[in-house]
Design a protein around this ligand. Sequence first.
Ligand SMILES: *Cc1c(COP(=O)(O)O)cnc(C)c1O
Length: 362
Amino acid sequence: MNLRIPGPTPCPDEVLEAGAQQMMNHRGPEFAAILRRVTEGLSWAFQTSDDVYSISTSGTGGLEAAVVNTLSPGDRVLSVSIGSFGDRFGSIAQAYGADVEKYALEWGDAADPAEIARRLDADPAIKAVLVTHNETSTGVTNDLETIAREVRSRERLILVDAVSSMSSIPCPVEKWDLDVVVSGSQKGWMVAPGLAFVYMGPRAWEAYESSTMPKFYFDVKRAKTSLDKGQNPWTPAMAVYYQMDRAFELMRAEGLEGIFTRHADIGAYARERADQLGLTLVPTDRQRASDTVTAVWWPEGVDGKAISKRAREEFGVVLGGGQGKLDGKIFRIGHLGFVSKEDVQQAFDVVERLLAEQKASV
Ligand SMILES: *Cc1c(COP(=O)(O)O)cnc(C)c1O
């Protein structure tokens, strides 16, 4: 199978084998060593000297942790959404009683940092900005560095969904002065689903002290207290930790710069192939097209679902579909984590062939 959805992503064999190891005492010294190495690996990938907390949940749980640990019911929040994951982040804040102002863009567009600045100036009560770094549903990467500069210069918090970007494309949390940053294990980390990673900067910890949103399982203070003892507060997804431990050896061998370059090269290649096929990218500004997932419109009159079905059944290529209102209208090719140019090449070869065949049959 050539699994080309943008998560869960394929795992290297050695990572799969590492996950098949026997269970151990999750409060014993062997697991403490694994947890320490994985936490060091996370700090390396997030480019911070602070600990990054790993919570046994999916990426969405990580987003929930970002919200409940820094905000209080009634807090004014600016939710920047350029697609379905941006909508989700805002919905979580709303569910916990935040007073959410939405800045929603057409799907395919990137957020305008100047518009975010304008809205923050217009409403000094806005305490935090929620923003998606890489919007997986549309294949658009926001200009997070510039957005963060606008938010930070106005002294508001910036909470970032970096689920499908962290470890694949640059997102240095300290250099960009981000407050809370979340990722998830099944995206660019070459391991199975089951862990979310949460970075909390100094201002986020300050906000934690006054935050009154209800929290228990996702309370980062509990994660911090336990980590200081080499433990998780609850029984963790141990097999995923075993995998992470091995995946970090592979990632460190390639190096962060090497990983970023590989993703940039493959992203450029994917866009080139879409061009060659005469297809239109979902991102309206090519400069903001993602290097971890490429989203492409099916041409008018093409039955995209039929092509995806044939790609899977006859060629073992699993394409991502469209989410929400893009269902049936686009396809997505994930290229993050354990991916080579050949994987993406084969996927586009199959799309090319099936598009030609469908055209010939009508
Ligand atoms: C995958 C993803 C999530 C989280 O999804 P889960 O299914 O909860 O892991 C959140 N945001 C983005 C941008 C994603 O790509």
